[in-house]
Ligand binder design. Structure first.
Ligand code: SF4
Ligand code: ZN
Ligand code: ZN
Length: 324
């Protein structure tokens, strides 16, 4: 992307604010917003994200990605024929979490989307920094484990068919290419597909409407539409050397071959199988949620931190969480 000066929009007489290099289009603000939304809607249609879905739960962190997805879905919910709600998990990471919660709740309310906020300290008795200090586990892996469990259980307990997340193409490609470099088996990298089907009673489906969208496109969309997202990054965020190198390499290829990342993302989506089904799932002996060995990741983790499995407690607490 670069911003041309004194260039007209390809669709109207106004000045362009952006050049979308891979599409060879100069667009004004209004037509960029329209273009971006169409791309997201196309992704939803192409991958059948809401084909069998009526009730959609959006994981709203308060950052630009999740607020963008929330805005687009709320604008087109009637066209898509879905009922929307938001879920926000407060990680208890100081001011960052306070601002994130505020951004998530106010954006949901501005867009007429009912939201339920849950806090990690309510669910597990500890904030994320406290759990990190207690366990010395890498914060992002811990956070990922908790979010996966909480959002999945929230959807199942509250009667939603699908959880929508704001993962975008740049991050997904870095993750997938990195895992390939590290020799992961295909099934292990199949997590970040545009759509992963649900398994009744165990998994809500997962949908990623920003699967084919560049991060810069989201940033521009959220700025032009005035979304009040949290610009600060989570203090735990860090990028390891392999991820940064992969990101740099992909960025370099994409600047030489505009649209390369989109082609790669489409190929990966086509070639990756998702073969989870009910027969292969062992319910956790403590909470009944999916596990590979009889104890789910959350119960395994809390057996160490709390001296007891907390899965059922978390399920009960989520069940009684009401919309704000
Ligand atoms: Fe969680 Fe890591 Fe993201 Fe912070 S940076 S919200 S710890 S995944
Ligand atoms: Zn225009
Ligand atoms: Zn469990």
């Amino acid at each position: 992307m670069n911003t041309p000066l004194h260039v007209k929009c390809a669709k109207c007489e106004k000045g362009a604010v952006v050049r979308v290099t891979y599409a060879r289009l100069n667009l004004c603000s209004e037509h960029y917003i329209e273009y971006f939304e169409k791309r997201v809607l196309k992704t939803i249609e192409k991958y059948g994200l809401f084909k069998n879905t009526k009730r959609v739960l959006v994981a709203v962190s308060g950052g630009k990605d999740s607020l963008t997805v929330l805005r687009v879905l709320s604008k087109y919910r009637d066209v898509l024929g879905v009922t929307l709600a938001g879920v926000h998990l407060d990680l208890g990471v100081g001011v960052y979490s306070e601002r994130s919660r505020e951004a998530a709740l106010s954006t949901c309310s501005d867009h007429g989307v009912e939201c339920r906020a849950v806090s990690l300290s309510d669910l597990l008795g500890y904030t994320l920094p406290e759990l990190v200090r207690k366990t010395r586990r890498p914060p992002c892996s811990l956070c990922g484990l908790i979010k996966r469990y909480v959002f999945n259980v929230a959807a199942l307990e509250w009667g939603f068919d699908v959880v929508v997340t704001g993962h975008h193409m740049d991050d997904i490609l870095v993750f997938r290419v990195k895992e390939m470099l590290m020799g992961q088996r295909e099934s292990e990298v199949a997590k970040l597909l545009p759509f992963t089907p649900g398994v009744t009673g165990f998994y809500a489906a997962r949908a990623r409407p920003l699967y084919e969208v560049y991060e810069w496109e989201i940033e521009l969309y959220s700025k032009l539409t005035g979304l009040k997202y949290v610009e600060a990054q989570c203090p735990f965020k860090y990028r390891d050397i392999i991820s940064s190198s992969v990101a740099e390499m992909l960025g370099k290829i994409d600047s030489e071959i505009p649209g390369f990342k989109i082609t790669l993302a489409r190929r990966l989506a086509k070639r990756t199988r998702w073969d989870v089904n009910a027969e292969k799932i062992t319910p956790c002996q403590y909470c009944g949620m999916p596990s590979s060995s009889g104890v789910c990741a959350l119960c395994k983790f809390t057996l160490k931190t709390h001296g007891k499995p907390m899965g059922l407690v978390v399920r009960e607490k989520l069940k009684s969480t009401k919309p704000i």
